[in-house]
Design a protein around this ligand. Structure first.
Ligand SMILES: [Zn+2]
Ligand SMILES: [Zn+2]
Length: 271
């Protein structure tokens, strides 16, 4: 039976990995008994359906990877191409927040509109960027390109909740970055929430334990509640950087590391 309303497919494209890591890098207050830590995977997400292709986040490029000593497997634009998606065909790009690993390659999508929260642009260009610790996850080149896109009339600003297309909605959670937004997508298995950095790992969400890069811990904690409420099922929340995603979701295609999030996972987190 075909479900009612709009139904999309969602693909996670893994383009980089950071390894090894320590518990202190993944949790603000790690379990003191923990000695090992998960790797950090980097993704962009493609939403496809209803005649649309919507990209969520744009990753980083080789130059940024070498500046930060990260291992880039494949530029996300090339990963998209191997999956059969041309960057110049993308009309809508959601930027969950402006951190370097989510908002690079902004010059590679010539026909796209960028969907961003008011508060993210204000945060990334305001007084908090005078502080080295808060500034560190941003790249001035990425932020400057987004300013150029504002002046080029290519940015759609959202404040709180917004809509990209029927069944694809945006929701500000803040916390990790002041204007961080998550994306709720209608799929055949119900609404799936791309949590981005509202939950780097399933563990950040399930343990209610923040990732150490944080602007506002209170908003981060509220963000977990928002994400779970929007999804309505723990198995429909997709963390932003967790390698477990690649283990439990079916692989889609073999040209790049692509995983189908609209299909059921092989493991459940439901209690
Ligand atoms: Zn981030
Ligand atoms: Zn991130």
């Amino acid at each position: 039976m075909k479900p009612m309303g709009n139904v999309y497919e969602i693909y996670a494209l893994r383009y980089a990995t950071m390894s090894p890591r320590t518990p202190q890098m993944n949790y603000l207050l790690p379990d003191p008994h923990e000695t090992t830590a998960q790797d950090l995977d980097y993704f962009v997400w493609l939403i496809r359906g209803e005649g649309r292709e919507i990209l969520v986040d744009t990753g980083f490029n080789a130059e940024e990877a070498s500046l930060r000593s990260r291992k880039l497997t494949l530029n996300p634009v090339d990963a998209l191409a191997r999956f059969g998606v041309k960057a110049d065909g993308i009309r809508d790009v959601v930027v969950t927040h402006l951190h370097y690993d989510h908002a690079g390659n902004l010059d590679r999508f010539p026909k796209a509109r960028f969907h961003l929260q008011d508060r993210e642009m204000a945060y990334a260009t305001g007084r908090c960027m005078c502080n080295g610790m808060l500034r560190h996850p941003f790249s001035v080149e990425h932020v400057t390109l987004m300013v150029r896109h504002v002046y080029g009339d290519r940015v759609t600003f959202h404040s709180g909740s917004g809509e990209v297309a029927p069944g694809v909605t945006l929701h500000r959670v803040g916390g990790h970055s002041d204007g961080l937004q998550v994306v709720r997508v209608e799929t055949a298995r119900g609404p799936v929430v791309l949590a981005s950095d509202a939950a780097h790992y399933y563990g950040n969400l399930h343990r209610r334990s923040p990732f150490p890069i944080v602007y506002n811990v209170g908003d981060t904690a509220q963000g977990w509640e928002i994400v779970e409420r929007l999804a309505g099922d723990p198995d429909r929340v997709i963390p932003g950087h967790d390698p477990i995603v690649c283990e439990i979701y079916p692989r889609a295609g073999d040209g790049a590391d692509v995983f189908a999030l609209h299909l059921a996972p092989s493991r459940s987190f439901a209690k």
